[in-house]
Design a protein around this ligand. Structure first.
Ligand code: PEP
Ligand code: MG
Length: 564
């Protein structure tokens, strides 16, 4: 029996089961030139690889359009001829011939104007990887075909890995890399799946099929535990579930403090399923609909019509308030069908609103879909990662164009639709008093705000100890945003993970936050804290916490809070 610990948990809960270790695969070609006598053998290897890939893809294509496209690609005679030509004429071994040919094809797609054709580059590279695994004798097992019930162990997972995961089979997961506000951790919380990230020594100590206890409430992984330990954790898990149920039974009560201040407790969601779950639990608003998952779990940029259907259903399910954030990709979030140029600093790069403003057709399709959905409920629009008034105005210009188009087409929408921004960059904080005059609401994105204010990558394990939203610079930024919003009479919410951190509730309540939006799993607990807190006392405590200059002082002030 061995235990690994982490300081912060990504998504609370317990899970027990066998480990499924996802290994990193080296899919680069082994390179050498071949003699004339080896040509036939290399061609044969390629034909076998194609045969295997086609058989696999025919199965997979039955359930997913992505694989249907891959199947077409694998059978494409031009790709086949290209590889064979390189083996025969250039005398490259099959792996190198495949690598070079696939890259030539991908580059052609990359350079095309048409967005749909551009996206085919990712398909070529996926098919190349499948063929390469076959040629190198590496298992094809990926997240999509996990069987049984397992605890997933990986060096790192991307957000699209997580959304491709078959949830019926994954009890929980742990990764060696990543921080608690990395998108993978956020997705885990949304899915209410126990998860730990940034676990040092994980890949060294956990072997495939080891029996694991994942204690994601206390930050522990226990490998091959004895019977007594298993029993102890069974009891802990039961107690955890019982407490969660108790709290959830209070979900529909208002979040009103003991002295009468009511705040909104909303949910962050990534898809329609999450909206349904939130509505069932009595949560009456969505403070953040992360629309990017609609794009990430797709084979193409979702059309206006496809998006409209989703947003409309969400608006009907959540009629009180539905805040849809426009596309926020880039950083650690990519699209399977679109090739992003390499960037040295992707979190400071082509991300979020910057992409929407550059790809106007994509942006318009989304805005039109949101506008059309606004005829079915109280829908609001939120732009991510705004750094300036100009950017906001440019986005609003596109919105105005969409409104004009819809009006002239006679299509219904809410002409007074409210528009807000995520406040998640230092630039926005420094210009917040002015931005407050130009928007209908703010929502503080502490995940990015913390990373940008502190210059600490939110996903980098090595500096995870520096990533702390209780840093006075972050706390004072939050205070300034709330004060600026209130001075202009607009509502200020928070949809960063800090809103669901029970240690921050008194601080945020006392600073005057109007709306707390968080992963569904956290809502009951935060509501319970608020219902047992005095707003007046919280204000006093938050005032003190926002006037000190060390993280420790902030934390000490909050720890010493009492309602007496
Ligand atoms: C944030 O940055 O706080 C936020 C809510 O957005 P995301 O985590 O999706 O970047
Ligand atoms: Mg963000």
């Amino acid at each position: 029996m061995k235990a690994l610990n982490v300081e912060k948990t990504a998504s609370k809960g317990f899970a027990m089961g066998n480990a499924y270790v996802l290994k990193k695969q080296d899919l680069s070609a082994q390179t050498h030139r071949i003699g004339a006598d080896e040509v036939d053998k290399e061609i044969e290897k390629y034909q076998d690889a194609i045969k295997t890939a086609v058989a696999q893809l025919e199965e997979l294509a039955k359930t997913s359009d992505i694989f249907a496209a891959h199947l077409e690609m694998a059978k494409d005679p031009a790709l086949y001829d290209g590889v064979i030509h390189k083996i025969k004429t250039d005398r490259l071994n099959v792996q190198l011939a495949l690598e070079n040919t696939a890259e030539e094809f991908a580059a052609i797609f990359d350079s095309m104007e048409d967005e749909y054709m551009k996206e085919r580059a990712a398909d070529v590279r996926d098919v190349r990887d499948r063929l390469m695994r076959s040629l190198k004798g590496i298992s094809q097992s990926t997240l999509k075909d996990i069987e049984g019930k397992v605890i997933l162990i990986a060096e790192d997972l991307t957000p699209s890995d997580t959304s491709n995961m078959n949830l019926d089979h994954v009890l929980g997961f742990a990764t060696e890399l990543g921080g608690v506000t990395s998108h993978v951790a956020i997705i885990a919380r949304n899915m209410e799946l126990p998860a730990l990230v940034g676990v040092k020594g994980l890949m060294e100590h956990v072997k495939d099929k080891d029996f694991i206890i994942l204690d994601a409430s206390n930050g522990q992984i226990i490998i091959n535990p004895d019977e007594t330990t298993i029993e102890k954790y069974r009891i802990l898990e039961e107690e955890y579930k019982k407490r969660k149920k108790e709290l959830e039974s209070m979900s529909s009560l208002p979040a009103t403090t003991v002295d009468g201040r009511t705040v909104k407790i909303y949910a962050n969601v990534g898809n329609l399923e999450d909206v349904k779950k939130a509505a069932e639990r009595g949560i009456d608003g969505i403070g953040l609909f992360r629309s990017e998952f609609l794009y990430m779990e797709n084979t193409h940029f979702p059309t206006e019509e496809e998006q409209f259907e989703v947003y409309k259903q969400a608006a009907i399910l959540c009629p009180k308030e539905l805040i849809i954030r426009t596309l926020d990709i880039g950083g650690d979030k990519s699209l399977p069908y679109y090739t992003f140029d390499h960037e040295d600093n992707p979190f400071l790069g082509w991300r979020a609103i910057r992409i929407s403003l550059d790809l106007e057709d994509v942006f318009k399709a989304q805005l039109r879909a949101i506008l059309r959905a606004s005829a079915f409920g109280n829908v609001k629009i939120m732009y991510p990662m705004i750094i300036s008034q100009e950017e906001l105005e440019k986005a609003n210009d596109v919105l105005s164009k969409c409104k004009q188009e819809l009006s002239s087409e006679g299509i219904a929408f809410d002409p007074d639709i409210k528009v807000g921004i995520m406040v998640e960059t230092p630039a926005a904080v420094l210009c917040i008093e002015n931005l407050a005059k130009h928007v209908d609401f703010f929502s503080i994105g502490t995940n990015d705000l913390t990373q940008y204010v502190l210059a600490v990558d939110r996903g980098n394990k090595k500096i995870a100890n520096l990533y702390d939203s209780f840093h006075p610079a972050v706390v004072q930024s939050i205070k300034r945003i709330i004060d600026a919003g209130h001075a202009e009479g607009i509502e200020v919410g928070m949809c960063g993970e800090f809103a669901g951190d029970e240690k921050a509730t008194v601080l945020l309540l006392g600073l005057g936050l109007d709306e707390f939006s968080m992963s569904l799993g956290e809502t009951a607990n935060i509501k319970n804290i608020i219902r047992n807190t005095s707003y007046e006392k919280a204000k006093e405590c938050a005032g003190k916490a926002a006037s000190v200059y060390t993280i420790q002082e902030v934390k000490d002030i909050l720890n010493s809070f009492t309602n007496e």
